[in-house]
Design a protein around this ligand. Structure first.
Ligand code: SF4
Length: 80
């Protein structure tokens, strides 16, 4: 297992072991998009926050920082 995979799996396991759905959603988003070796892309949360897969069923409930952008309104994206 590469160092990249090990770090990624560590975050996924930490999140998925949390109680409730929040940790499971976080873990799924990490599994989907997080690359611990992506230079300049920031933490797992920053990378998930930057997700642009508006059609993903988890998009509106993906983890975002409190200071970060709110999940985008799909209607506004489609209309603009
Ligand atoms: S919201 Fe984005 S990061 Fe999360 S599972 Fe969907 S596509 Fe992946």
């Amino acid at each position: 297992m590469s160092e990249q995979d090990r770090k990624r799996l560590e975050v996924i396991n930490t999140q998925s072991s949390k109680r409730g759905l929040r940790g499971k959603v976080n873990a799924k988003c990490c599994e989907c998009i997080y690359d611990p070796m992506a230079a300049g892309s920031g933490s797992w949360r920053k990378q998930v926050e930057a997700c642009t897969s508006y059609d993903c069923p988890l998009y509106t409930v993906r983890p975002v920082s409190e200071k970060g952008d709110k999940p985008l309104d799909k209607g506004k994206i489609i209309d603009s």
